[in-house]
Write a protein that binds this ligand. Structure first.
Ligand code: GLV
Ligand code: MN
Ligand code: MN
Length: 418
């Protein structure tokens, strides 16, 4: 890639691709994807390798109370807050090789090439691994960037447990033990700016033949958990009239919720991603159903109005069982404007990359980080728009362009934020 000016450094595209393939081996699935839940041994191994690369360069490595990891190249002004980039290293159970880790590896690549070019920055530059973005291992689901900025309470989030009863607190302890030399980072320590690179997870850039998306906003979301409690009973002896079948009520509730969220314009996103029937035995009338709801919409008023009707809709649709509804996460639509998207656009223009402004349907760490500093996101094309899928794919060139924009954006922000 052509070097456009004095304070710019060029991405090593082969190294970047090689590192993606190396990370994809940690938690690799038989179908070519990745299953790497937060702070499992494979995820900790990712943290360790990145920490070692940082240490080889005399970058400092700090970990906060929730297990977010910060790799920092010092700036010339000691008191300046960091200009940071990063994303997450955990995946969905049937995740791909790029969702999350590409944003982390792009940030690491950016710091390394700036270091190799001997460019002094006023602000420290940081590559961040936000812990537990996908939120699949721990219940209630939680998210490192939200905890960092104070949008989620640290004590409750550390008490969250996985399916084996392991707490997040114990998982963070295991991370610390694996990198005993890492320093400690305070939650909410200020950042000067944050930019996150991510595969688009949708089809638009690919279908329009564009290199880069400059993200304008992330749509709002609400996540809820529904528990339907009936009575376990013998499948052969219990007459219909005496049953409190949690599955039967659960199905009625799901049907009512689908009606509530049906949107003729197809903008509302409504997903039941987990549905559990207990005890899950052939000859037992189910005594408990548990399911999750993920709803998303760009308009906060619509999300508020419909989300607020979930509880009453569930209660009205249940005939014989008790229903409990809890909301585990709520985030408003988040706009990105100002310094960070402007710097991304400058970087894309300088390099001659084609780009467009676009909103994000998926949630990302940058949403939460924007609570404490100017933030923004770079999207790169994603093959056939497939993500949260083991076949998720992108190209070495697209990854390199994304990392290049990240490196240039960090330098532009370093100049503009002085
Ligand atoms: C992030 O993975 C999301 O669910 O939007
Ligand atoms: Mn994801
Ligand atoms: Mn992601």
């Amino acid at each position: 890639m052509a070097n456009q000016g004095a304070r710019r450094a060029n991405v090593d595209s082969d190294r970047l691709w090689r590192r993606h393939m190396e990370m994809a081996e940690l938690g690799a699935t038989a179908k070519g994807g990745v299953n790497r839940a937060a702070l499992t041994p494979t995820d900790i191994e990712v943290h360790v390798r990145l920490a070692e690369w940082a240490r080889e360069r005399d970058f400092t490595v700090d970990i906060d109370a929730y297990g977010n990891q910060f790799m920092r190249r010092a700036g010339t002004i000691e008191t300046a807050a960091a200009v940071a980039s990063g994303s997450h290293s955990d995946t969905q159970p049937t995740g791909g090789r790029f969702d999350g880790i590409s944003g982390v590896l792009s940030a690491v690549e950016a710091l390394e090439i700036i270091d190799d070019a001997g460019i002094a920055t006023c602000h420290p530059l940081e590559a961040v691994i936000w812990n537990n973005e996908e939120g699949t291992r721990f219940s209630p689901t939680n998210l490192g960037s939200a905890v960092y900025v104070g949008s989620a309470p640290i004590d409750a989030m550390l008490a969250a447990t996985d399916g084996n009863g392991v707490t997040m607190k114990a998982a963070v302890r295991a991370l610390r033990k694996a990198i005993p030399w890492a320093g400690t980072r305070d939650l909410k320590a200020p950042m000067a700016a944050f930019v996150e690179s991510h595969i688009e997870q949708g089809p638009e850039l690919e279908s329009e033949g564009l290199n880069i998306g400059v993200v304008t906003a992330i749509q709002g979301t609400r996540k809820l958990e529904i528990e339907v409690i009936g009575d376990e009973a013998h499948a052969g002896t219990t007459p219909e009239r005496l049953r409190r079948d949690a599955f039967v009520d659960g199905v009625q509730i799901v049907s009512a919720l689908r009606d509530l969220f049906h949107d003729p314009d197809d903008i509302m996103r409504f997903t039941i991603g987990r549905f559990e029937v207990s005890p899950g035995a052939l000859a037992v009338v189910p005594g408990r159903v548990f399911f999750t709801i993920d709803i998303r919409h760009p308009d906060n008023a619509t999300l508020a109005r419909l989300g607020d009707q979930v509880e009453s809709t569930c209660q009205a649709a249940a005939s014989r069982c008790d229903v409990h509804v809890i909301e585990t996460r709520r985030a408003e639509s988040t706009p990105f404007s100002g310094a960070v998207p402007e710097a991304i656009e400058t970087a894309a223009k300088e390099r001659g990359f084609s780009y467009k402004h676009m909103p994000s349907g998926a949630g990302h760490d940058a949403r939460y980080v924007s609570n404490i500093c100017p933030s923004g996101m770079v999207f790169i094309p994603c093959e056939h728009g497939l993500s949260h899928n083991e076949r998720e794919n992108t190209t070495p060139d697209d990854l390199a362009r994304g990392a290049q924009v990240i490196a240039d954006t960090l330098l532009i922000l370093d100049e503009r934020l002085q």
